[in-house]
Write a protein that binds this ligand. Structure first.
Ligand code: NAD
Length: 426
């Protein structure tokens, strides 16, 4: 059995992502009066795989990396979720991220369960060839448990379309035929979908616009601060800038840039691409990541990693809307403090679901062998994100709960219904 936690996570365990997920799950399940058998079943992952991945490094020595794949739930379809390369990967983190994928797919009502993968490694210290060998061997070791009908990986932190292309190729070599639908987030032309790269950022724009309308905040000129300038942070900052929001703050892992009059986001992103750091960008103030989160704005959009808003800084956050681009950026203890201060939270499992939504479109297109243009992809994405936001908002109002609890309740309700109808093979 996995550790049981009370509704309240003690402060010493505040930053354990799995306990953060479980405490929210338990809270929502209690409000739903969830059947105890379903509660026990849905709370646990279906399968956890640890692989030890040998890689021949460029200097000739063999290094063994630790990798994980956690498949949380298959009730509504194949498991779906990214693969993360980072020295900070832990099994508890991958477990939490896998469960969040189950709830995320259910919130936006797409026919997937949840999974996540990770390898403990520092990709900034590895050559491209070493990364390719690591990716191929990890994929080969997971061959029996992934696949279009079983579990479909995608990019996450420090993984990209090149890594997805290597995963797809390795899987296809073992299967003896090309299987494009085994991963999503591939290059367009290799079975990737138009619009996938910007999908999470675009989805964040749509839900931020819906929140502004709901809260009567004029989006034109509304101040936005984005933490993280990778796929999610960079793209959401760009789309929000292009849509009339005023992006006043943006950071990478090292530092943040701030200008109350607004940042020229496209120029900053070009600078980042060229210099691989935001350091030295002219005409703006440099702040730390901690300071950036506490600067006043209308919308704060953390898009880097977990545990950025905690009980230690939640009372110093000055925004009207917290729009979660990253997975798990806010701890459960911080949730309560933000709610008491009236901050409107668009939770990760709703806010950043644009990525998995277009991954679903990619999987559908690969299986049909027929590809849509970017306009169609973006229209269908907008429809799903706006409908999902409105559905969660209605649920929150009906049940008199905040948006995170409403999202969990809606997702758990859907997974529980399908599990009950299928029956638990016990
Ligand atoms: P990425 O690797 O492209 O970018 C991460 C960014 O965060 C980089 O700018 C990096 O410098 C910064 N960063 C990393 N650690 C940091 C730290 N400790 N403090 C401050 N900044 C830090 O990753 P990504 O794909 O943009 O993912 C970011 C987050 O969004 C993750 O939580 C991921 O799980 C989540 N997410 C990603 C997708 C997707 O489609 N890529 C979809 C949904 C959710």
């Amino acid at each position: 059995m996995l550790p049981l936690v009370d509704q309240e996570v003690p402060e010493s365990l505040e930053t354990n992502p799995f306990l953060a997920m479980v405490s929210r799950f338990d809270h929502a399940a209690r409000l739903l009066d969830l059947d105890p058998d379903l509660h026990a079943f849905m709370r646990h992952p279906s399968r956890e795989i640890t692989v030890y991945v040998p890689v021949r490094m460029d200097d000739g020595h063999l290094k063994v990396f630790v990798g994980y794949r956690v498949q949380h739930n298959f009730a509504r379809g194949p498991a779906k979720g990214g693969v993360r390369y980072s020295p900070a990967v832990t099994l508890d983190e991958v477990r939490a991220l896998a469960a969040w994928m189950t709830w995320k797919c259910a919130v936006v009502n797409i026919p997937f369960g949840g999974a996540k993968g990770g390898i403990i490694c520092d990709p900034t210290k590895m050559s491209k060839l070493e990364l390719e060998r690591l990716t191929r061997r990890y994929t080969a070791q997971l061959f029996e448990v992934i696949g279009p009908e079983q579990d479909v990986p995608a990019p996450d932190m420090n993984t990209d379309e090149q890594i997805m292309a290597w995963m797809m190729d390795t899987y296809s070599m073992h299967a003896r035929h090309t299987v494009t639908a085994v991963v999503t987030g591939k290059p367009v032309g290799l079975g990737g979908s138009a619009g996938r790269q910007g999908a999470t950022g675009r989805g964040l724009l749509f839900v931020a616009q819906e929140a502004c309308t709901h809260l009567k905040i004029p989006s034109k000129g509304a101040k936005v601060i984005v933490q993280g300038a990778g796929n999610v942070g960079g793209m959401s900052a760009l789309f929000m800038h292009q849509s009339g929001f005023r992006v006043v703050g943006l950071s990478d892992i090292h530092l943040g840039l701030y200008n109350d009059r607004g940042l020229d986001v496209p120029v900053i992103l070009d600078y980042l691409k060229e210099n691989r750091s935001l350091h030295g960008f002219p005409g703006v103030s440099e702040v730390t990541n901690e300071e950036l989160l506490e600067l006043p704005c209308d919308i704060l959009l953390p898009a880097a990693t977990e545990n950025q808003v905690t009980s230690h800084n939640a009372n110093r956050i000055h925004c009207s809307v917290l729009c979660e681009g990253a997975n798990g950026p806010t701890t459960a203890l911080a949730d309560q403090m933000l709610e008491a201060r009236g901050i409107f939270v668009i939770p990760d499992i709703l806010a950043n679901a644009g990525g998995v939504t277009v991954s679903y479109f990619e999987w559908v297109q690969d299986r049909m062998g027929y590809f849509w243009n970017e306009r169609t992809v973006n229209q269908r994405l907008k429809q799903i994100m706006v409908n999902s936001f409105q559905e969660v908002l209605r649920y929150a109002q009906t049940h008199k709960v905040e948006m995170r609890t409403a999202s969990y309740m809606l997702a758990i309700d859907r997974v529980a219904y399908d599990t009950k109808v299928r029956g638990i093979y016990a």
